[in-house]
Design a protein around this ligand. Structure first.
Ligand SMILES: O=C(O)CCC(=O)C(=O)O
Length: 285
C-alpha cells in the first residue's frame, strides 16, 4: 500500500499511514519518509507493534541510530518507581520545555518514541515549532538573536527541577555554546536552539539572560505554535530535535504505568549560523 500523509498542523505535524515498519521499507517508501521529515518537524505513525530492531532500523533511515532507552516510571522489575527517587526527579526534567542534549557539540538531529504502556489520562507530549516562532518574532528581535549564542548545560535543567545536592545535579558533559538562530538540517529553514538547559545568552547579564529565556519560551509556546500528542499504544512519533521544543504533561506518576521506547538520530553537524548576509536571512521570512 502506498504511503499516505495526513497533515495535522500545516508544515509542522503529519500522520503517516500505509507503512508497516515491522518489514524493511522499500526504496520508494524510505525516500517518501525522508521527504516527509524534511517538511514536517513531527511525524506520527500509528499501530507500529514492532520489535527493537525494526525501531532502530527506522531511526537509521534518517542518519545514524544513536542511544536507545526506555522512558518510563518503572523499575526494571516492572514496579512503579517512587516519585521521590533520584531517577524520577531527574526524569522529571522532561516536563520542562527542552531540546534533547543541547550540551553536545552536535545535539541529536531527531528523536523518537514508541508507546508501549500509556496512562489512561495525562502524559501527553507537546511540541513547539521554533521555526514558525522565529518567523513570528519582531525583526529587531530576530536580528539580535541572529548575533547571539547560548550556553547549555545538563546541570541547569536539573537545578530548574529543584535539585540542589551537587552530587545529584552534576552533569556528565561539559557545557556547549551554540548560535540561537541556526539552520535546521532537515529542511534548510532557520530555527532556534534554546530551552530548559540554557544557562545564559552570551553578552547578556544573568538578569537579561533569564528575562530573554522567559520571553522566548512564552513567545514560542503560544498555542499557535504547539501540537499536543495524545498517545495510543504503539504510536511511533519522531521529532526534529533541531526545530522543536518538547515536554511531557503531568500524569499519575506514582500510580499509572507509562513506558515508551526512545531512540535518537545522531551524527549531524554542529548547529550552524545562517552563513549568508543578514539581508538574505530576513528575506527568508
Ligand atoms: O516522555 C515524553 O513524552 C517526553 C520524553 C522526552 O522529553 C525526551 O525523550 O526527551
Amino acid at each position: 500500500m502506498p504511503l499516505r500523509l495526513h497533515v495535522v498542523c500545516k508544515g509542522f505535524v503529519a500522520e503517516i499511514h500505509g507503512v508497516d515498519l515491522s518489514v524493511a521499507p522499500d526504496h520508494r517508501t524510505a525516500g517518501a519518509l525522508r521527504d516527509a521529515a524534511r517538511s514536517y518537524a513531527v511525524m506520527v505513525l500509528r499501530d507500529q507493534d514492532i520489535d527493537y530492531e525494526s525501531f532502530l532500523r527506522f531511526a537509521g533511515m534518517f542518519g545514524t541510530a544513536g542511544r536507545c532507552d526506555d522512558i518510563s516510571n518503572l523499575h526494571e522489575d516492572g514496579s512503579i518507581r517512587v516519585p521521590t527517587s533520584l531517577e524520577s526527579r531527574q526524569a522529571a526534567g522532561n516536563a520542562l520545555w527542552h531540546t534533547d542534549m543541547p550540551m553536545l557539540v552536535a545535539p541529536p538531529l531527531a528523536a523518537m518514541l514508541l508507546a508501549q504502556e500509556i496512562p489512561a489520562t495525562g502524559g501527553e507530549t507537546q511540541f513547539a515549532d521554533l521555526a514558525a516562532a522565529l518567523g513570528a518574532l519582531a525583526p529587531d528581535m530576530r536580528r539580535r538573536l541572529a548575533k547571539t549564542n547560548a550556553v547549555h548545560e545538563l546541570e541547569t535543567i536539573r537545578r530548574r527541577m529543584g535539585l540542589t545536592d551537587p552530587g545529584e545535579i552534576r552533569g556528565e558533559y561539559p557545557p556547549a555554546e551554540h548560535p540561537v538562530v541556526c539552520l535546521d538540517p532537515f529542511s534548510g529553514r532557520l530555527s532556534m536552539l534554546f530551552g530548559a538547559h540554557t544557562s545564559y545568552f552570551t553578552g547578556m547579564s544573568p538578569e537579561e539572560s533569564s528575562a530573554m529565556l522567559d520571553q522566548l519560551l512564552r513567545h514560542s509556546t503560544q498555542e499557535e505554535f504547539v501540537y499536543t500528542h495524545r498517545w495510543r499504544r504503539y504510536d511511533l512519533l519522531m521529532w526534529n530535535n533541531r526545530r522543536v521544543l518538547h515536554r511531557v504533561l503531568p500524569y499519575g506518576v506514582a500510580t499509572d504505568r507509562r513506558r515508551l521506547w526512545r531512540a535518537e538520530v545522531v551524527g549531524g553537524r554542529r548547529p550552524r549560523r545562517w552563513p549568508q548576509s543578514m539581508r538574505e536571512l530576513f528575506a527568508r521570512f
